[in-house]
Design a protein around this ligand. Structure first.
Ligand SMILES: *Cc1c(COP(=O)(O)O)cnc(C)c1O
Ligand SMILES: [Zn+2]
Length: 416
């Protein structure tokens, strides 16, 4: 296996046991806990000044802080996404700066590419032939793309509620797609998870690329925080607001912020805020009640059109909650109406396209600003996890509804 100098294996976040990454590939063999890549930080001699001299073409410029080197990478040029100044939003929120990290610029249109780039790199290092996962949609599409790049056969399980684009592109990339309950149109990620689990029982040789089953997806997403901190000259922003489903990105970013601090590149952690939709907000509920883990939301109670964060049972909620609390961030839920209104406001005020799911970060930031969470000089970063054109139907439908209701009341304006 081709690994980086400092990478020294996997450690179980639940029982603390450590394992060789060559022979252990997924969950903890002892307790089934989540495995986390570990490093010997003394062997990282990279500095911010060295980074200045490196190519900024993809997330692989941070390979020294990843398990695998650039020469082993299964890459489509993911990462190195723009950080866009949003002055109108800053005015509206009453803060110094709002910056939007635009992950829509990734090869398949979402930050899922970073995780799949690393997971497929690992799959190749472990000589996998087939990869499999269930997903809400975007991770399935990304896995299909990177599996194609890596010459692996992908098996993707999506719920019927996943978007048309995600289902279509999964097949365009040549993956075997299973959509659960295609006729009912409202099956959930748990249904796709059950179909995936049954298939894995039949094909134990398939290599999982599922959230927190592979140790490498959250590791790939560390690079979002490294890019962000580097763009801010290694000065931590006051808040990162992140649309949270399974928490892969939030946990990965927090890990990177910790590493940057421990390496002496930054002084402070990055306050991480989880934004969810009120129609499926297990992390926000757990945060507010002071719990260490979430209570699952029943499938029948899921009531949001934001597919990417309609995750009723996030298995890593203890890590998400720990990251939020350790970084002194927070958690906020807003309604679908607020989320979709925010998507339209960002598109109109800043010209930026944010998807229905991603707009939860914008509406969440507005709600946090209203609650007095931010100071007038704060720098607030919105993580736009994916491109707006991933769910144009939801956005357009909302616009139609707004126009429908706006047209009804009162007499027409007299002065037009
Ligand atoms: C997957 C996804 C999320 C949630 O990501 P997690 O890291 O699992 O919390 C948010 N937005 C979009 C667009 C996604 O595809
Ligand atoms: Zn364990």
């Amino acid at each position: 296996m081709e690994t980086t100098t400092a990478f020294d294996g996997l450690s179980c976040v639940d029982c603390g046991a450590t394992f060789d990454a060559e022979t252990t590939t997924h969950r903890c063999p002892d307790c089934d806990g989540i495995l986390d890549p570990t490093y010997d930080y003394d062997r990282i001699d990279l500095t911010p000044a060295d980074l200045d001299r490196q190519e900024g073409d993809s997330m692989w410029r941070y390979a020294e802080l990843l398990p695998f080197p650039r020469s082993a990478a299964v890459s489509l040029g993911e990462g190195a996404t723009p950080l866009v100044e949003c002055p109108s939003l800053a005015d509206a929120m009453g803060v110094g700066r709002v910056l939007l990290k635009d992950e829509g610029a990734n090869p398949t249109g979402t930050f899922k590419d970073r995780g799949q780039s690393l997971a497929m790199t690992a799959a190749r290092q472990h000589d996998a032939t087939d990869v499999a996962l269930n997903s809400a949609g975007n991770a399935g599409q990304a896995a299909a793309a990177y599996a194609a790049r890596a010459d692996l056969d992908a098996h993707v399980f999506l719920p019927s509620r996943a978007g048309f684009t995600q289902k279509a592109m999964t097949e365009v990339h040549g993956a075997a797609l299973t959509v659960t309950d295609p006729m009912d149109g409202n099956s959930q990620i748990g249904d796709a998870g059950a179909a995936y689990a049954a298939a894995m029982d039949e094909h134990p040789e398939w290599y999982s690329a599922k959230t927190f089953v592979t140790p490498y997806r959250h590791e790939g997403k560390k690079t979002m925080a490294l890019e962000l901190l580097e763009a801010l000259d290694w000065e931590a922003p006051d808040a990162v607001v992140y649309p949270t489903g399974g928490g892969v990105g939030l946990v990965g970013m927090h890990k990177a912020a910790r590493e940057a601090r421990d390496l002496g590149w930054t002084d402070e952690l990055v306050p991480m805020y989880a934004a969810q939709a009120t129609g499926c907000a297990p992390v926000v509920e757990a945060y507010e009640s002071g719990a260490d883990r979430h209570e699952p939301v029943r499938d029948d109670d899921i009531d949001t059109g934001c597919n990417g964060i309609a995750i009723p049972d996030p298995g890593a909620s203890h890590l998400i909650l720990e990251a939020i609390r350790e970084s002194e961030g927070g958690a906020v839920a807003t309604t679908d109406r607020e989320i979709l209104d925010a998507a339209i406001e960002v598109a109109r005020e800043e010209g930026l396209e944010v998807g229905a799911t991603c707009a939860a970060a914008a509406s969440g930031a507005f709600a946090l600003a209203d609650a007095g969470e931010f100071g007038p000089d704060d720098t607030v970063v919105l993580l736009n996890t994916g491109a707006g054109n991933k769910d144009v139907d939801t956005l357009r439908a909302h616009l139609g509804e707004r126009e429908g209701t706006d047209a009804e009341p009162d007499a027409p304006e007299a002065d037009d």
